[in-house]
Design a protein around this ligand. Sequence first.
Ligand code: GLU
Length: 478
Amino acid sequence: MSGMDKSVGGAFGEREATRFAPSPTGEVHLGNARTALFNFLLARRSGGRFLLRIEDTDAERSREEHTTAVLEDLRWLGMEWDAGPDREDERGPYRQSQRSPLYARYFEVLEQQGAVYPCFCSPLELEVSRKAQLAAGRPPRYAGTCRNLSPEQRERRRSQGVAPTMRFRVPTGRRIEFLDFVHGAQSFLSDDIGDFVIRRADGSAAFFFSNAVDDACMGVTQVLRGEDHLTNTPRQLLILEALGLKTPSYGHISLIVGPDGAPLSKRHGATSVREYRERGYLPEAMANHLFRLGHSTAEHAFLTLDEMARAFDPAHLGRAPARFDEQQLNVWQKEAAHRLSADEARRWLSSVIPSELDERSVSAFIAAVLPNVVLPADAGPWIDIVFGGPLALQPAEEQLARNAGVEYFAAAANAAAQSGNDLAAIASAVKTATGKKGAELYMPLRVALTGRAHGPELAPLLKAMPPGKARERLARFA
Ligand code: GLU
């Protein structure tokens, strides 16, 4: 028989309530950031609500600093939540560690139904049983050791001082079906699911329980989360069914992998939002890349979050692993950098711009280099080139400049002094003096002025240079 029915899942269109429910046990990983973004967009596209719930019932692993970082990272990415740990409403509190009274009430309901029982198995006993099952070629699940203990047996264990966990008694012979809005129809047999812990020995609610109860109590309509939770869903449906609570729809998105196809991890480089932020990546760039990871869209242009919300379509969430690609991120990053206002660009590049530089020089410098930098660090060397002392040229560049000749540079230095560093005026003077055109005309200028054969456009770079410096650099070859 099936108590779970096919109406579980699927429906979109109503005002949705979604949530991001991180466990504050580490930095916000790019995969989590994408989950947050998709839930945010899913809510916004229907004018619905986006909730932020901190899943911190595991006191040992949860840290306040990680909760703070979650809030910071989401805000940095431009997401706001309608309710969360710093914005409580009547369905809160939004930290699970503060919801124990609610869990106790629902727990009691299950206890009264006989749907839970105390389990006295030690971690070691559980591990031995797990290994034995694996060795026998069976998928490991709780063997049911404490399922049918008599009241006397339970009493005896308690009196020995063993604090039990509480397990949910999974009904036998059931088929649990639901429609995953990413993966389609799902079917599980309850007999494949071992009785699972819903309350830890220290009395705190365990993940399966608190997560499911909260989704129902907070009115969540769509649960969009990582594929690693797909097999948890039948357990959560069983809990909600036993409690008579409303079930949300579930959708599970594929994990993010690195360029080599392996799950994104430290060995691929930076994996957390904080690392990217600290390197100077811009939130709009990150959001544009995440938006396209496992979500196909006809929108190929750079989008704002509002535009993403309009373009987001849960029917276009993919099942194939999504590849995080820093090259692609850099394409969005360039675009995001080009879109910065003068003030934003100044803040973005502040770490590389010396504070003693005057206003005019800073503005001219930013205008010159902004089109060419992906990260603030890329602008660093150009500070020295534009404002620093004499340049040390590589032999090839030195030769290139020398080959242009003394007459060339005498004309250039003179025009620089007279024109206030106007490239057109300098080039025209050199052309008149030497008859050179094209690369022959411009390359020696570039090399003498910047020490490099490549870089940002020369005219704005020249404008940013102190007048005396440009003349001096050109005169060096005269
Ligand atoms: N706290 C869980 C996690 O971070 C939440 C999973 C879910 O979204 O339901 O993986």
